[in-house]
Design a protein around this ligand. Structure first.
Ligand SMILES: Nc1nc2c(ncn2[C@@H]2O[C@H](COP(=O)(O)OP(=O)(O)OP(=O)(O)O)[C@@H](O)[C@H]2O)c(=O)[nH]1
Ligand SMILES: [Mg+2]
Length: 237
């Protein structure tokens, strides 16, 4: 589904040499090796990788062994880490992922193609294929967040909390990001409400390796608040 805005970008011909894959990493030693190997294989080792890390386990050492740039940061939540991560690379295309081996790195070429086709933001929709590996409560929550955001924006979106998206760097640099647990929703909503070309594309979603960093109750409440705040701010901007 394309949610076409008015500020459509010119088509480009970026390659993996123009791509940075970024993530927050917080005690992900079970998953990080696989995630970074997948990125390396799929992009021929040409994508830059940035990890903003708050771990007390071996995660940062494993990341460095795989050639990633590691930025150390006290753990302060998802959005604090991921904001730093998306603002760090100089490369023109930035893709986010979680470091828990849930997201399909083999889709990186498709995401790059969509950016080259003129997309400003390409968002992986985990719910389209049913997200069978997602815990039932998370799935329900994610469906409700998408409905809430859609109602407030007046534009239908299907997965506001996905961790896998591609962005044109200039979009990331132009907008001021304010949310923490709700940053993923904000990263979708502000560009969409400003008329950028934001596209949702179905992705497969796998079972998480290692332990979740999200408390479903306090986290869920924080995300809902972010969605309302961001929608109202953008409406009255
Ligand atoms: N540096 C840093 N990374 C974090 C922090 N909180 C979460 N992360 C990372 O952000 C990513 C998303 O966290 P997850 O625990 O996967 O959250 P989630 O995807 O909402 O929950 P799951 O459904 O269990 O995967 C993971 O790669 C985490 O390691 C933090 O405070 N600091
Ligand atoms: Mg995750």
């Amino acid at each position: 589904m394309a949610i076409q805005g008015s500020q459509t970008a010119e088509p480009t011909d970026y390659t993996f040499d123009d791509l940075a894959v970024v993530m927050g990493t917080y005690n992900e030693k079970e998953a990080i090796g696989t995630v970074l190997e997948d990125i390396e294989t799929v992009t021929d080792g040409r994508a830059e990788v940035v990890c903003v890390d708050g771990s007390s386990d071996r995660t940062p050492e494993i990341a460095r062994e795989h050639g990633a740039t590691v930025i150390e940061q006290e753990p302060q939540g998802y959005g604090v880490a991921v904001r730093e991560a998306v603002l760090t690379p100089d490369r023109p295309v930035v893709v986010t992922t979680d470091c828990d081996d849930t997201y399909p790195m083999e889709r990186l070429p498709d995401f790059l193609d969509e950016i080259n086709d003129g997309g400003d933001v390409v968002s992986g929709d985990r719910l389209y294929y049913g997200a069978e590996q997602m815990p039932a409560m998370n799935k329900l929550g994610n469906e409700l967040f998408a409905l809430l955001a859609s109602a407030l924006m007046g534009k239908r979106v299907h997965d506001t909390t996905t961790g896998m998206r591609a962005y044109r760097r200039e979009v990331l640099q132009k907008i001021k990001w304010t949310e923490n647990t709700g940053l993923s929703a904000e990263l979708l909503m502000r560009p969409l409400m400003r008329g950028y070309d934001v596209r949702e594309r179905p992705i497969e979603y796998d079972e998480r390796k290692g332990e979740t960093k999200l408390d479903p109750f306090s986290g869920g409440a924080a995300i809902a608040k972010s969605i309302v705040r961001v929608a109202l701010e953008e409406r009255f901007r």
